[in-house]
Design a protein around this ligand. Sequence first.
Ligand code: RAT
Ligand code: ZN
Length: 422
Amino acid sequence: MSNTIYTQYNTLELCEAVENIVRETPITDMHTHLYAPDFGELLLFGIDELLTYHYLIAEFFRMSETSYDDFWALDKTAQADAIWQCLFIENSPISEACRGVLTVLDQLGLDPTSRDLNAYRAYFAAQDPSDFIDTVYETANLASTVMTNDPFDDLERPIWESGYEGDSRFHAALRIDPLLNDWTHSCERLKGWGYDVEPGLNERTLAEIRRFLDEWMCRMNALYMAVSLPPEFAFPEDSPRAKIIEHCILPVARKHNKPFAMMIGVTRQVNPRLRLAGDSLGKSSVAPVEALCAKFPQNKFMVTMLTREDQHELTVTTRKFRNLLLFGCWWFLNNPSLIEEMTRMRIELLGPSIMPQHSDARVLDQVIYKWSHSRHIIAKVLCDKYTDLVETGWEVQHGEMKRDIERMLGGNFWRFVDLELS
Ligand code: RAT
Ligand code: ZN
């Protein structure tokens, strides 16, 4: 009940209420790799996709003696069979990514004890993609998700160009990694699409990059622009990346009043034989985030970093800038022990002004496990924090906790997307 008051004398009820609110609050998942049904085969779902998730492929190669070439020569079903056999049958599936598959099966009403891969396959084969999205959203209690939309992707671009009409369950985010991380090749591609650009980044080229970004922000109705960056990311510096950020990304973001999301700390392809699973991480610097937030107070930045080591510094930097929104426990950090540690620290330093998590789901069904596991941890941390609070003698109302939790599970993101900085 929204007017119940919690004090130091009813902390058990308080924690039960926190858990219920966290479970019942619909989430905005602000960074995923999911797609609306109009994107056809780009929307992945089902047991074979769950089992061949790149997080599991990396784990498979540690346990199996199959050669890289033999594995990649298999079709998806056979790859899924091999991963199931190795990671679920010959070993116990205790890693977070393995556990996630079982949470999904369980919550969709399938029987994990049967261990019957073909029965699971039959269930997914019978699903209509658009209806299945509703089932998954209901099961995960999601309000909406934000896609990762890359105009440099040859499968995705034509769908936008042929007039994609939108789906209220999915929002767009303009992802521009090639533009910032590989200007030489991107320049060629932009030229091929009719932009008057040249490698030297003269004024005309910068204006044309702005035109490209502006057109794609409009076409996608994107909520933000985003990039993933390597550990050596620096700003300011004399590089095409820094120049494009300053003279193209930031002015276009200002024009649209939308944030620029930086995901910092990824080292791509340390083992290319693992393909998508071959990326790793490296400690990075928070100094560029600080420099950008300070130098461009009219721009909004959303930042997540990939190493545990960078988390404290990033959290403190976030205290200093209202134009910075800290978000998510990204990729290798999306594990219970790290989510708990990070969420605790972030709330201690920033109160409820954070977006504690995003799913990064690549397979639709994954939102079920990613959010069920994270909700559990967020509730646990909040139970401790509200308990500490009432032990001071302060009283907290049910409706106040609901307000805070709604902010952390979506409201803070939407407020930031629309925030007008003066
Ligand atoms: O989490 C992932 O699946 C990664 O492969 C990346 O996609 C990462 O999240 C990114 O957005 O670059
Ligand atoms: Zn991602």
